[in-house]
Design a protein around this ligand. Structure first.
Ligand code: HEC
Ligand code: HEC
Ligand code: HEC
Ligand code: HEC
Ligand code: HEC
Length: 292
């Protein structure tokens, strides 16, 4: 380094070149950081909505299902934002003179929709579709977080390309039975919370998510539990026709299925990748999937 400061006549010129280089690199790094910073991606920020709608109150408090308001999430690319009519189903009777609800009443009276600000908004050049994710076993909370605990909606994840790819490279770790899509508290299969699944034989055709039945209660109750944990039968449990009584089985399970017990998310993920017919990572990360 000492030579740079030597009497050589162009030392100053060289110094400034090096400095310029450093500044350019620093600027580049800062912009890159910035592009990924929550300030730019709006990750975690609370939008200033015309009405402070609380998912926590309406979902956790009142027990409303996501589909009650986001009616198209399972059958279209858009989940949809509910019309004022949906709010008025209740607010024509409840909290009728609350100041907070004035924009809702105004909208109802005039027919102008409420001007909700979008919280999640992908650039137009990205293709996204709710239907396929939901019907292939990705739950709302895997992408949107604990919506049931949000007094004001915010974006839990960046929605940047790297975030999408991270799951598309290994979807198994996030797959759950389609019956658990709306379960905000789902944490995956584990020793403590095993999951039992059975795949119906849907014939020679390709498997569908509809052909898979899963339960978090041991199928068939105590007797089957024994069979499940018996070393000789391994992870397979044979379920007969007379499954469970009303008390142990609130939801009747299809009879005559072979249930497999999963005590790790990796194992459940592998099973679901296969039975939900999920494409391989190479196909799922190819550019045309999201940029058409
Ligand atoms: C009573 C109706 C209602 C129910 C039930 C409901 N939502 Fe919403 N949701 C809304 C409204 C209204 C908005 C727009 C205002 C906002 O962003 O808070 C919204 C916004 C959202 C957004 C952000 C949309 C955007 O702008 O990007 C997500 C994500 C969302 N809801 C997910 C869910 C999930 C998951 C559930 C079930 C756990 C659920 N919602 C249940 C009414 C509802
Ligand atoms: C199933 C009935 C029902 C529907 C549908 C419903 N609400 Fe509510 N809402 C309530 C009840 C009950 C309360 C009072 C909750 C409390 O005090 O815990 C409430 C409270 C509110 C509040 C007061 C703040 C809060 O969260 O306590 C706002 C704002 C609100 N609702 C907006 C909306 C909007 C906007 C919609 C439509 C997207 C909507 N609600 C749909 C039943 C409903
Ligand atoms: C694979 C991730 C993923 C899953 C799973 C997912 N969402 Fe979304 N959601 C998104 C993305 C990304 C957007 C933004 C879409 C856009 O900007 O075009 C979004 C937008 C929304 C919106 C705003 C309106 C719209 O349709 O664009 C609502 C409401 C919503 N999601 C609700 C839900 C509900 C309810 C579920 C569960 C049934 C769910 N989402 C499951 C990623 C997901
Ligand atoms: C938590 C996991 C997960 C995340 C996050 C996720 N995806 Fe997916 N995505 C999946 C799975 C699983 C499938 C279904 C693959 C299959 O059926 O082969 C899928 C399929 C798709 C498809 C194919 C749709 C079709 O009709 O062929 C598109 C497009 C897509 N995702 C876009 C996105 C975009 C854009 C994002 C980020 C904003 C995203 N995904 C985030 C898991 C995820
Ligand atoms: C799983 C979905 C998905 C796949 C697969 C995907 N992208 Fe993207 N891409 C996105 C999303 C989402 C964004 C928007 C990022 C944002 O808003 O910051 C994006 C943004 C971009 C951008 C804009 C610049 C940037 O980085 O934000 C370019 C360029 C791009 N993608 C190229 C590609 C190429 C090339 C491939 C194939 C090697 C590819 N993408 C595969 C989802 C995907």
């Amino acid at each position: 380094m000492a030579q740079i400061f030597d009497r050589s006549s162009n030392a100053l010129a060289r110094m400034s070149l090096i400095l310029t280089g450093l500044i350019v690199i620093a600027l580049g790094l800062t912009l890159d950081e910035l592009q990924r910073s929550p300030w730019v991606t709006r990750q975690g920020q609370r939008a200033d909505q015309p009405v402070p709608f609380s998912h926590k109150h309406h979902v956790e408090g009142l027990g409303l299902q996501c589909q009650y308001c986001h009616t198209t999430v399972e059958k279209s690319s858009y989940a949809g934002i509910p019309p004022t009519k949906t709010c008025m189903n209740c607010h024509a009777q409840i909290w009728t003179d609350a100041q907070l609800l004035e924009p809702v009443r105004h909208s109802w009276a005039t027919g102008e929709s409420i001007a909700w600000m979008r919280v999640h908004d992908l650039p137009d050049y990205v293709f996204f579709n709710h239907e396929i994710h939901v019907n292939k076993g990705i739950g709302c909370s895997s992408c949107h977080g604990r919506v049931d605990e949000m007094p004001i909606m915010y974006m839990q994840n960046t929605l940047q390309m790297e975030w999408c790819l991270n799951c598309h490279r290994n979807p198994g770790k996030n797959l759950r039975p389609t019956s658990e899509i709306y379960n905000m508290a789902w944490t995956g299969a584990s020793e403590l919370k095993p999951v039992w699944c059975a795949a119906e034989d849907v014939g020679a055709g390709s498997p569908t998510a509809g052909g898979v039945t899963c339960t978090e209660t041991a199928p068939g109750g105590e007797v089957q539990m024994a069979a499940v944990s018996a070393p000789a039968t391994g992870v397979h449990a044979q379920v007969g026709t007379g499954i469970g009584s009303e008390e142990t089985m609130p939801v009747p399970l299809p009879a005559g299925l072979r249930y497999t017990k999963f005590t790790s998310q990796a194992a459940l993920g592998n099973f679901l990748v296969q039975h939900y017919d999920i494409r391989n990572p190479r196909e799922l990360t190819s550019c045309e999937v999201c940029h058409r």
